[in-house]
Design a protein around this ligand. Structure first.
Ligand SMILES: Nc1ncnc2c1ncn2[C@@H]1O[C@H](COP(=O)(O)OP(=O)(O)OP(=O)(O)O)[C@@H](O)[C@H]1O
Length: 703
């Protein structure tokens, strides 16, 4: 998946200017034009064709100015729910296309009634005869216009635009369609001059108001498509008035970013990063009026090094950081920001508490060893055969679940200490930043989990619309004193081996994971490890069995932690120390150990690796797969791929919700830890989950 972690050596002190010879940095502002995308295309005879860039998927279409089909006609339900104060539209039903439609007998009456309700009688009655000469009525009461070519009564309310129109698409039976687009889903609007043409006489030409927004696909609401909503009307004054009101309402969406720092990995996945930036993301940010500084990464660790060495004042100029690449680049950005936040505010008390915990665990391990010895030789035999056994104190290395020399809870000397305002300022700026991920990698589990799709356009829209949700982070302390942060998954054994091997086969692209996976399955390796974990408390398991979707209540609770946990380390370590008697110890031969933090959905695992995992539930889904046959491991992989893993004992593998985990390899035969696709240097780790410490530009999977 990713390259091994590299030391951020020779990182530039600050972002270079465009005048510098290499084009590693592309600075763009909103005014930057993208050929073919900077202005809307006029409707043309081929207006229904969609020009798909050869390297992009249909979902990645940027604003092309051409109408897309298969729209989900929208939110009449919003009106019912009171979210929209537009005039009530006729009660709709869904037809086979997913469009809202009225009944067959009274449709004409309904559309006339709807039109009469919003359009003055003289305009409504004369509409069919005087198509191009209609005068708009006062804004807010309904104006007869053409919306995407359909004659409709349009209302601009305090929530957005709504309209209804008659259509005879199906067997000449007319039906009424109602749609609305709230301001929260608009990027911006602009007024365009009337279309000129031989067939349009002067005086009958219509002025155009274009609203940049998106539409949901009927079969997959999570995947969005660009939409250029065009309102046509003979009165330019009306459209100018509406333009002001729409753009003013959009400007009031206070959570939208204004300036972003964008990292583009040109070598991630199928090497589409730069193309996706140019053709999909930049046009969206352009329409949303977002100023960007785009940096093309030069090597692994470049993004992280830039973030951690950037002066606080410059960092403070951004509302967020966007990673265009795979999960590896997202991991780098998260690590850079959290590195800034790892302010050394640890106290003596914390260290004492940790020392006490360490001592207690050594005692517990000794007691367990005594109990195991008393249980007799049969159990000991089973332990050697690969069963999960309590650890024996005699074999304990490193003195229990805490890694010796770990920086966990201990002061470190961050490189940003010399900065103006000190580390506290840099940490506080980093804490206020949201992180966005535009999928352009091999797996893109982060994007699939956050947005439910690998569509770069959808991810860019979530960023531009200012969506926000909290994300859990796993802090991993290695025995050699280093630490790292992971947001997806930490794995040892099978997944670690696949990671190590697949780095030599990068030229195979995403296929490398399948090829090396098959090789590792055939090798059927297992490793002797000692696992200690702190199980989740019962109140943390309330949402067990609930799938994480957009608006998930559990994840919303995690939002509180984003604000609270600016210096998150000590809060958590103290609470762990208070629960020191609850640690559970297991030892044995394992084919794989996985610490799953988010659902980790991907094309290979549609339901997610942890089926009931959440973006921000404060839990680690600890998966322990005992030494087993190849067939059993294949079964495990199929379960993971088809239905995802749920908590419980499943024969040869176990899934336990936990909040902290310590893993210590025993013996010479060892695998490597794979943290979100990055290989860790040490195999002896302590990991602890921090709930909702980082905020991402996402809203969860819409269903
Ligand atoms: N210019 C670069 N040259 C080489 N490696 C880079 C460069 N920029 C970033 N990297 C590193 O490449 C690794 C892989 O990148 P990324 O995750 O974006 O793609 P991927 O591995 O193909 O996708 P996924 O993680 O979804 O499988 C990351 O560890 C990242 O740090």
């Amino acid at each position: 998946m990713d390259a091994p972690r590299q030391a951020p050596a020779a990182a530039p002190k600050k972002v270079r200017t465009p005048k510098e010879p290499q084009d590693e940095i592309m600075r763009h502002t909103v005014q930057a034009k993208t050929p073919g995308l900077d202005k809307p295309h006029p409707p043309s005879p081929d207006a229904h064709t969609v020009n798909v860039p050869s390297m992009l998927t249909a979902d990645d279409l940027a604003y092309s100015g051409k109408r897309q089909r298969s729209a989900r006609v929208a939110p009449a339900a919003q009106q019912a729910a009171g979210e929209c104060d537009d005039p009530p539209a006729p009660p709709p039903r869904r037809n086979s296309r997913g469009s809202l439609t009225g009944g067959t007998t009274s449709i004409q009456a309904r559309v006339m009634a709807a039109a009469a309700a919003v359009v003055p009688p003289v305009l409504g009655a004369g509409a069919t005869q005087q198509r191009e000469q209609l005068l708009p009525v006062a804004a807010g009461q309904g104006v007869e216009m053409k919306v995407d070519g359909h004659r409709a009564a349009v209302t601009l309310s305090k929530n957005g635009l709504s309209w209804s129109y008659e259509s005879t698409r199906c067997c000449c039976i007319p039906s009424v369609h109602s749609e609305s687009v709230p301001f929260t889903e608009m990027l911006s609007a602009e007024v365009l001059p009337p279309l000129a043409g031989m067939w349009r006489l002067p005086g009958t030409r219509l002025h155009r108001l274009v609203v940049w927004t998106f539409r949901r696909m009927a079969h997959s609401p999570a995947a969005w498509q660009p939409r250029q909503l065009t309102l046509e009307c003979p009165s330019e004054a009306t459209l100018q008035d509406w333009l002001q009101r729409i753009n003013a309402a959009v400007a009031q969406q206070h959570r939208r970013p204004r300036r972003l720092l964008v990292f583009v990995n040109p070598f991630g996945g199928a090497r589409r990063g730069k193309k996706i930036w140019d053709t999909v993301v930049r046009p969206v940010f352009d329409k949303a009026g977002i100023k960007c500084t785009a940096v093309e990464t030069q090597h692994g660790g470049h993004a992280r090094a830039l973030l951690t060495s950037m002066p606080s004042d410059e960092l403070a100029g951004y509302d967020g950081v966007v990673a265009i690449g795979g999960d590896g680049l997202f991991h780098e950005v998260i690590n850079g920001l959290l590195e800034l936040r790892s302010v050394p505010t640890g106290t003596t008390l914390d260290q004492q508490q940790w020392a006490a915990l360490q001592q207690h665990l050594e005692q517990t391990a000794a007691a367990d060893a005594a109990a195991a010895a008393a249980a007799g030789a049969a159990d000991a035999q089973a332990g050697q055969a690969g069963g999960m056994q309590p650890p024996t104190g005699g074999q304990q290395q490193g003195g229990g679940p805490l890694v010796r020399g770990s920086s966990f809870g201990l002061p470190t000397v961050p490189q940003h200490q010399r900065r103006r305002g000190g580390p506290q300022r840099a940490g506080s700026i980093a804490a206020s930043m949201r992180v966005g991920h535009i999928p352009a990698g091999s797996t893109d589990a982060v994007a699939c989990t956050l947005n439910g799709t690998r569509s770069a356009f959808t991810a860019a829209m979530h960023i531009a619309l200012g969506d926000a949700c909290p994300l859990d982070v796993l802090r991993v302390d290695e025995a050699d004193g280093r630490h790292a942060f992971a947001t997806c998954m930490l794995s040892y054994g099978f997944m670690g081996d696949v990671m190590v091997e697949s780095e030599n086969y990068r030229w195979l692209g995403p296929l490398r994971y399948d090829v090396i996976g098959a090789k590792m399955l055939a090798a059927n390796r297992s490793y002797h490890v000692r696992v200690s974990y702190l199980p989740a408390q019962s109140e943390q398991l309330e949402a067990a069995g609930k799938v994480c979707t957009a608006g998930c209540d559990l994840c919303r609770l995690g939002q509180e932690h984003v604000r609270l946990q600016r210096t998150f380390r000590e809060v958590s370590s103290r609470s762990l120390a208070h629960r020191r008697s609850e640690w559970v110890h297991v030892e044995g031969d394992f084919a794989g150990i996985m610490l799953v933090i988010m659902p980790c959905r991907s094309e290979k695992s549609q339901q997610g690796v942890a089926r009931y995992g959440h973006r921000s539930d404060g839990l680690i889904h600890l998966v322990m797969v005992k030494k087993c046959s190849r067939l059993q491991y294949l079964r495990f992989l199929l379960t993971l791929s088809h239905s995802g893993l749920a908590a419980g004992e499943h024969g040869f593998f176990t899934v336990v919700p936990a909040v902290a985990v310590h893993v210590e390899p025993v013996g010479a035969k060892q695998s490597r830890w794979n943290a979100d696709g990055e290989l860790l240097a040490s195999n002896h780790i302590t990991a602890e989950v921090h709930r909702g410490v980082i905020e991402v530009f996402a809203r969860g999977v819409e269903v």
